[in-house]
Design a protein around this ligand. Structure first.
Ligand code: FES
Length: 181
């Protein structure tokens, strides 16, 4: 028969002080979690909003008058400039966008972005060659804006154009960023 009567500490009867200690620990643990979650929310919510907000923002656009039909000769492609609809406060002269505008024989207008679809360099219209040329990496586009040679992955971006109340207007909008990097 075992005469050992030493009490097992693990099975000791809890005292009212133990219960109070446990409940204080529980309270502090919950407070820590709550404060941690609140701090994470305060810091994380603005960062999350900043990251996802552009996904829900509609691209700004605006119709910009670039002249009257009589200002453009049929078949000629000329450079026009207009104000960007969403310039950054520090944009300076870059707040002005440009397009190559052509008056078609059927009295409609076609406007191409001046930005190469490779890395965005401004393309130039070469009337003698009937081509758009990019000076940066040798990109070449046909007169309809499709790629003829070089690294551009896409045709030149086209702006919508309309004639309203005797004015030729280009629908200025942010140019999609494309790159093959
Ligand atoms: S930016 Fe035009 S070819 Fe590279």
């Amino acid at each position: 028969m075992n005469e050992n009567t030493t009490p097992d500490p693990a099975r000791a009867v809890p005292t009212p002080g133990d219960a109070e200690l446990a409940s204080r620990r529980q309270f502090l643990s919950r407070m820590s979690l709550t404060l941690g979650a609140a701090c994470a929310g305060v810091v994380g919510a603005p960062a999350l909003a900043f990251t996802v907000a552009p996904l829900f923002r509609r691209a700004p656009y605006a119709w910009r008058t670039v002249g009257q039909p009589k200002d453009f000769d049929v078949g000629k492609t000329i450079n026009v400039t207009f104000e960007d609809p969403s310039p950054l406060p520090w944009a300076g002269v870059t707040a002005r966008a440009g397009a190559w505008l052509r008056r078609e024989p059927n009295d409609t207008f076609t406007a191409f972005s001046v930005h190469c679809t490779h890395l965005g360099c401004p393309v130039r219209w070469m009337p003698d060659a009937n081509l758009f040329m990019c000076p940066c990496h040798g990109g070449v586009y046909y007169a309809d804006g499709t790629v003829a040679a070089g690294p551009p992955p896409l045709p030149l971006f086209r702006y919508d154009v309309r004639v309203l109340a005797g004015n030729v207007q280009v629908k200025a909008a942010p140019i999609p960023i494309t790159t093959t990097l």
